[in-house]
Design a protein around this ligand. Structure first.
Ligand code: ZN
Length: 354
């Protein structure tokens, strides 16, 4: 117990269930083949046998209501009953999608419960549909319910916690997560994302409102930046704001779409770079909140990238020093002006004096 195995190593959990394949989106980029590719790679590489498998439960409507309006939850349910269809121009659902979406949010609640009970120290939840674009009353960008936001609310409400950090390295800004906690001082939301880009939010001057002023930290990225810029954002901005905030739990919206080979966006991160970012997060969790760390899958549409990046994430969490990056680094040239940019973010968040 207490999240350690017999050799004193940290136990790492995997949340997965074949029900996640039943959210049928047809030929949409966010389709079940993503999870099929990740799970078969974890199996074939021998990684899966080192993990503690956790069976997800569905979230209850009451649990979803911590983030979503009853009218919206009901609208998704009735659309499923009527055979599914488009919820927004990017987001499609099938008759089974409401139930699968309950399990996606619930998978994170299972993960929070397992960490808080000490059954595992960290968890990677391979769930779909993803969540970070979903707002209180709207599906957006392939997302139906905001899984990570529901998990943060659940952790705060059920375990007497006062501070949760959500870090989001998906290439898109998590507008739904930001909106949920914009005025909430109990949740620090940090995001790196390509900018300008979908969904249009996430500039550096969006820093929170009223009591939550300062607890939204956006690090927009110019198209073409890669490992070095992401790692500097993590080490020089995320780490100091996290230390100042002192989270008791860390949740990660993990999107593997900042990778250079993911054609949905234009960043140049490598699998090795993603692994280093995971290492920063793991070290912060070890330092600040006895290792309590949950990753939840958001985007990532190149199947080889997604499979290798998930395996690399587990390798870091399992203390496996050997990280395999089959695709290597990008050789494209990078745009400049990073120094001025990072300095601006540091000044806005009082990491350096203005
Ligand atoms: Zn994304």
């Amino acid at each position: 117990m207490y999240g350690f195995d017999i050799d004193g190593d940290m136990k790492v959990g995997l949340v997965y269930d074949p029900i996640y394949l039943e959210h049928d989106t047809g030929s949409h980029p966010e389709n079940s083949q993503r999870l099929v590719a990740m799970m078969s790679h974890l199996d074939e590489s021998g990684t899966k046998e080192k993990l503690t498998c956790l069976s997800p439960r569905p979230a209850s409507v009451e649990e979803l209501r911590m983030v979503h309006t009853p009218e919206y939850i009901y609208a998704v349910k009735s659309k499923a009953e009527k055979g599914g269809g488009w919820l927004d121009p990017d987001t499609i659902m099938c008759p089974k999608s409401y139930e699968v979406a309950l399990y996606a949010a619930g998978g994170l609640l299972t993960a929070v419960e397992a960490v808080m009970k000490g059954e595992v120290s960290s968890v990677v939840a391979l769930v779909r549909p993803p969540g970070h674009h979903a707002t209180s009353n709207r599906a957006m960008g392939f997302c139906i319910f905001n899984n990570v936001a529901v998990a943060a609310k659940f952790a705060l409400a059920n375990y007497n916690l006062e501070r949760v950090l959500i870090a989001d390295f998906d290439v898109h800004h998590g507008n739904g997560t930001q909106e949920t906690f914009y005025a909430d001082p109990k949740v620090l939301y940090f995001s790196t994302h390509q900018y300008p880009f979908y969904p249009g939010t996430g500039w550096i001057d969006e820093t929170g409102a009223s009591e939550g002023q300062g607890t939204t930290v956006n690090f927009p990225m110019t198209a073409g930046w890669g490992d070095e810029e992401y790692l500097r954002a993590f080490n020089e901005v995320l780490a100091p704001v996290a230390r100042r905030f002192q989270p008791q739990f860390i949740l990660i919206s993990a999107g593997f779409d900042p990778h250079w080979a993911d054609s949905i966006a234009m960043m140049q991160v490598s699998v090795a770079g993603l692994a280093q970012m995971v290492m920063v997060l793991k070290n912060l969790a070890a330092e600040l909140c006895p290792g309590r760390l949950i990753f939840t899958l958001e985007g990532g549409y190149n199947l080889q990238v997604a499979a290798s990046a998930v395996k690399a994430t587990f390798d870091v969490l399992l203390n496996n020093p050997e990280i395999v990056d089959p695709l290597g680094k990008s050789s494209r040239e990078k745009p400049g002006e990073f120094e001025e940019h990072i300095e601006k973010v540091k000044r806005i968040h009082h990491i350096i004096k203005s």
